[in-house]
Design a protein around this ligand. Structure first.
Ligand SMILES: [Zn+2]
Ligand SMILES: [Zn+2]
Length: 358
């Protein structure tokens, strides 16, 4: 591919470099500098690393880190976003100061639903629920809803996969009074190049699992290149799992999917069992991505209830507190009603049901 000459620009003057015939060098026709391809690649990698570091520093410069002394939540927010109240336990949080480390995301899924839409969804999903505490649906509680970006590791991988296994075919027939069953076993082998895209894993080790499972997935096509503008007005949950910690889990998922995909190409048997599998990951690409979630929590002395909405798809997850006083009162009324019915007969039914419709 001799055309690759045009892809290199002179590091000194940005002129297009050309191969110098009879040498292994590229030369600049404008400033007469000469470079080998290895030198140029080294410079390019160096430049890229410098740019990444610069972006990282700039991100850290404009971000603040907060820790909640009450519940331990760790959140980040840009310097213009008020983040003085913990979005989980609603107590004041303390700023820990500027950020350090490589926490700048590569990509972000922007919020598509605003807080108004999230509040409406919340009210809608709670509308037919009985026995909720009075303040659960109150405007003051709804105001505590917060848009939070959750950290995810997202992997793409190019793989060579193969499975070895046994497939069985069963044939039965009757001859006279005898029933025959013939089981034939076949050795099967399948091999393929499989590309996996957008395998997302939360970069969090704690107990958000049920909530996240309730509102996933985020569609694969909605990742945007990260820019600070997306963070305005939202806080970010600080990640506590590095890429290394989720790599094995992602590999296990790839193995499982590979088995399934290759197995699905085997037709015409009663049963297929995979005995051996080989997956070679030729190339993988990882992104650190922030995903948008609306969170509204309700805290009682015993536990926290979380309502969550996927900020991109609108899918919701909700835990509901029960007001035991209301429940006991209703149970009491029903108890009394049953007692009265037993004493006075049916005409009271309508009256009592009307009265008990809390
Ligand atoms: Zn030049
Ligand atoms: Zn807190």
């Amino acid at each position: 591919m001799a055309q690759t000459v045009i892809t290199y620009k002179c590091p000194n003057c940005s002129g297009g470099l050309e191969y110098l015939p009879g040498t292994d060098q590229l030369g600049c026709p404008f400033c007469e500098s000469k470079f080998t391809e290895a030198e140029l690649q080294g410079m390019k990698a160096h430049q890229q690393a410098e740019e990444d570091q610069h972006k990282q520093d700039e991100f850290n410069e404009h971000m603040l880190e907060y820790t909640c002394p009450s519940c331990g939540a760790e959140i980040l927010a840009d310097e213009n976003t008020a983040a003085d109240i913990c979005p989980y336990c609603h107590n004041p949080v303390a700023a820990k100061g500027k950020l350090s480390g490589a926490l700048r995301p590569d990509t972000v899924v922007p919020f598509k639903y605003d807080s108004k839409a999230a509040k409406e969804k919340f009210l809608e999903s709670m509308s037919k629920k009985w026995f909720l505490p009075k303040d659960f649906l109150a405007p003051a509680h709804l105001e505590q809803i917060q848009g939070i970006y959750y950290p995810f590791w997202v992997a793409d991988a190019d793989t060579d996969c193969a499975i070895d296994g046994v497939a069985t075919k069963v044939r039965t027939w009757r001859h006279g009074d005898t029933r025959y069953t013939e089981t034939s076993k076949y050795s099967i082998y399948r091999k393929g190049d499989i590309h996996f895209e957008d395998l997302s894993t939360a970069a969090l080790s704690e107990a958000d699992k049920a909530m996240l499972e309730g509102i996933l997935p985020f569609p694969a096509t909605c990742h945007e290149e990260f820019s600070m503008k997306y963070l305005s007005g939202f806080v970010t949950k600080k990640r506590n799992l590095e890429k290394k910690a989720v790599q094995d889990e992602v590999k296990r998922r790839i193995y499982g999917y590979a088995d399934q995909i290759l197995k699905n190409t085997v037709h015409g048997y009663n049963n297929v069992t995979v005995l051996d599998r080989k997956v070679y990951i030729k190339h993988s690409n990882w992104e650190y991505c922030l995903m948008p979630i609306w969170i509204l929590t309700y805290n009682t002395p015993k536990r926290r209830y979380t309502f969550a909405m996927n900020g991109y798809t609108g899918k919701t997850y909700g835990e509901m507190p029960i007001d035991w006083k209301k429940l006991i009162i209703v149970a009491g009324i029903v108890g009394v009603a049953v007692g009265l019915l037993a004493g006075f007969g049916l005409p009271l039914l309508g009256l009592l049901l009307g009265g008990a419709g809390l």
